[in-house]
Design a protein around this ligand. Structure first.
Ligand code: BG6
Length: 501
């Protein structure tokens, strides 16, 4: 296992939720797994005035119980308050970094993690550059930018332009935490390390692809942010389209950042734009309404704190689209995401064309259910193949059965958290699992006309769906033929009627 060079991670927005819930626990986990060098430090920064000790006290409650926390980790935590707009504070930051480097014998390798409100994503890198904290002559200087990377195509483009004024593309790491999920990375291995799947992975054998990312939670105190964003910006523009990229791409020449991102880019360039007159047939948006879930009264989206009581923001999107290239011509892709759905599940369903001749039809009833490969991203991570077999007994009655693999069956293996993998990769200079600037813009180019249509055309409906249900029933009508979405359960192998919620 490669270990990064000595370094300091500077977290902007260190008093925020992400730092406490995800970043510090991920760095701690890397530390106790011996994946960090012996010389490293973390410098938290934010507007709040705090001493190093006070910062430690705030952080400690997000680490494993105090008794188990390795105290030598806490000795590496430092803090400096900053006014993000004040040039002089970046000079002070530079001096603090130089002091820490010298005292702790750390080379001037700095990773700047921007976990701040998005309006600072161009300010901080620019101010760092004014203080020459972008120059790599004596050590690496990298930026991690959290999502959302822009909230329109235009703003994403101007953020890229602003960053590229002072930084090389290979210094900029645009994070999409879905790419850090072990099971999302396994998509490439499933496709390209198995002789049985890839020959079938095209329009000749696959009749549709379906991706669901359902959440049972609502907006959980993030109403203010979410109401300006909505499911299209929050989930589809980034996480779901990145999964589409990995499912649909051509085999990369090598497993290396640019080779993979190049293939994803080609997929995004082949997305067939959805015309205004097709939108009502290809996209369904919804918003959850009040209901009772398992006997508990649940408020509707418009009653959530921070949300406009007349909000038209979508908490659910289902859409159908096509990828106009040689491999996928004519194959519909269906994707959907939503909040307050019955269960939390993310999965990809590859549905194969049925056998061409229905040998086992009984009384005119076609018994050939299509084979499906289900790639479960979370929870109950694994793979499921649905295939037909003969029901034992006389005659030829055909039934669909499951062949399934669950990660939980691998002994002694825990799936690393997405942030652990992504932070480690960035420290090692590997951008494979980060989004490149041009792919982010290409994803926006596909989404922006839809957002424009929604804001300009008030006749496009937004359907209500009771919290705790699978979204507006209109989304079933998107699916071609007499099919519906797969209605998945918490457990990979269950679907349909039985459902553990
Ligand atoms: C985030 C979104 O990017 O992803 C959240 O902003 C969403 O709204 C979350 O809840 C889902 O991530 P995960 O890893 O829980 O599926």
């Amino acid at each position: 296992m490669k270990i990064p060079e000595s370094h300091i991670i500077v977290i902007f927005g260190a008093s925020g939720d992400l730092t406490k819930r995800k970043l510090i626990p991920a760095i701690y986990q890397l530390y106790i797994n011996h994946l960090l060098p012996s010389n490293f430090a973390i410098l938290g920064t934010s507007r709040t005035p705090l001493s190093d000790e006070e910062f430690c006290e705030r952080i400690i409650e997000f680490l494993p119980s105090q008794k188990e926390t390795d105290p030598s980790f806490l000795n590496r935590l430092f803090y400096q308050s900053i006014d993000y707009h004040e040039n002089n504070d970046y000079i002070k930051l530079k001096e603090r970094l130089a002091g820490l480097s010298q005292n702790l014998n750390i080379a001037p390798n700095y990773l700047f993690y921007l976990s701040t409100p998005p309006n600072l994503y161009d300010v901080i890198p620019e101010k760092l550059a004014l203080a020459n904290l972008h120059l790599q002559k004596d050590g690496f200087k990298r930026l991690i930018i959290e999502k959302p990377f822009g909230n329109t195509l235009e703003s994403a483009k101007s953020l890229n332009i602003s960053l590229l004024k002072n930084y090389e593309e290979n210094q900029i790491y645009r994070i999409d935490h879905y790419l850090g999920k072990e099971t999302v990375q396994n998509l490439m291995v499933t496709r390209f390390a198995n002789g049985i799947f890839e020959p079938l992975w095209n329009r000749n054998f696959i009749c549709r692809v379906e991706i669901t990312s359902a959440e049972s939670l609502g907006v959980e105190g993030r109403g203010g942010y979410y109401d300006q964003s909505g499911a299209m910006r929050d989930m589809i523009q980034n996480h779901l389209l990145q999964m589409v990229g990995l499912v649909a791409m051509e085999p990369p020449v090598v497993i290396e950042a640019n080779a993979i991102r190049h293939e994803v880019m080609k997929v995004f360039q082949s997305l067939r734009p959805i015309k205004p007159e097709e939108m009502h047939k290809q996209i369904i948006r919804g918003q959850y309404t009040a209901s009772t879930i398992k006997g508990v009264a649940t408020p509707g989206y418009r009653d959530e704190p921070g949300v406009d009581p007349a909000s038209h923001t979508e908490t659910y999107v289902a859409m159908k689209f096509f990828i106009d290239n040689w491999r996928w011509a004519g194959v519909p892709f269906y994707i959907r995401t939503g909040k307050k759905l019955p269960t939390r599940v993310t999965e990809i369903v590859i549905e194969f064309k049925p056998a061409p001749h229905h040998l086992f039809d009984q009384n005119g009833q076609n018994q050939n259910n299509s084979n499906q490969l289900i790639i479960r991203i979370q929870p109950d991570e694994g793979l499921l193949i649905k295939f037909n077999m003969k029901e034992p007994g006389s005659g030829f009655k055909v039934n669909q059965v499951n062949m399934d693999f669950h990660y939980s069956e691998l002994s002694g293996i825990t799936l690393p958290a997405a942030y652990e993998r992504l932070l480690l990769d960035c420290l090692l200079g590997d951008a494979t699992l980060y989004s490149r600037g041009d792919t982010v813009e290409a994803a926006w180019s596909f989404i922006q006309p839809i957002l424009d249509a929604w804001s300009n055309d008030t006749t496009i409906p937004i359907y209500g769906y009771p919290a705790g249900t699978w979204g507006p029933y209109e989304s079933d009508e998107l699916i071609e033929g007499d099919k519906t979405w797969r209605y998945p359960c918490k457990n990979l192998a269950d679907d349909g009627l039985y459902c553990e919620l």
